[in-house]
Design a protein around this ligand. Sequence first.
Ligand code: 8YV
Length: 321
Amino acid sequence: MSKPIVYITRCLPEDVVEPYRKHFQIDMWEYEDRPVDRNTLREKAAQADGLLTVLTEQVDDELLEQCKNLKIVANMAVGFDNIDVDAASKRNISVTNTPDVLTETTADLTFALMMATARRLVEASSYVKEGKWQNWSPLLLAGTDIHHKKIGIVGMGRIGEAVARRASGFSMDILYHNRSRKKEAEDELGATYRSLEALLEEADYVVCLTPHTPETEKMFDAEAFARMKKDAIFINASRGMTVDEDALIQALKTGEIAAAGLDVFAEEPIDADHPLLQMDNVVCLPHIGSATKETRYKMMELALENIKLVLSGSEPKTPVE
Ligand code: 8YV
């Protein structure tokens, strides 16, 4: 019997892929410097039994319609907003993601981004490297404290809770907003539930960790930024589509909020001329929340394991919920 065909839309390291070659016939996009184009994806997916995707590939109804053999789409991400899950379910195609393995790593990055923004680390590093450090003055590159301040976490899922644990270690007051109450975070970390409006008004750090859904699209709009404190710092480590970027730029320009730390953008990669990239009070990262070697290996392995399970007739480890 011939082996099932698996198409992988990114160039994964051979040491990760190799153990799976005995189970599937693996075909992989081979260019590191660009994503698979839509035509190639359609062609390859149409032949495949399993597909390993990342966030940049749109797996929609039109694509799935071509796929007569496909049994699983394994996304290498906890988010799956690039996949039309209903369109997959109605064709009995499993959709899986990579939760848990990236929780702590993404929380580390979120906290690092918050600290970098508050303490102006990127500006400070450039200042030294550019040879500008010639003197001392009391307010040279003075930032804002983090300890004992109020953090407002919007989206208290696994990553939100991991950020709250870090905040607790920094003696921060923890506020959160979520669709449902999180008793454990309330009891163990002293996190306090707030309506979104109250959280925006009270928090010194507003940290967005909510997935992108029709309900959260552009939830951080002009009205939301107007509610925030003038010295508030906005952090986004989930999805850029939750933010009205024009409103954010305006709020930063007019001093309605103090600064922003962004790992995600409405369009990725962000255009090099984008106004957010020109602002000193904005720290920008290229969507590296889960990007440590350890975690990316775990994500790749989990995605491949899900494919192996489904193609051998078993349940996947991490179907999307
Ligand atoms: C992705 C992410 O893993 O997991 C997510 O939802 O946003 C990132 O961790 C990364 O962009 C690769 O798809």
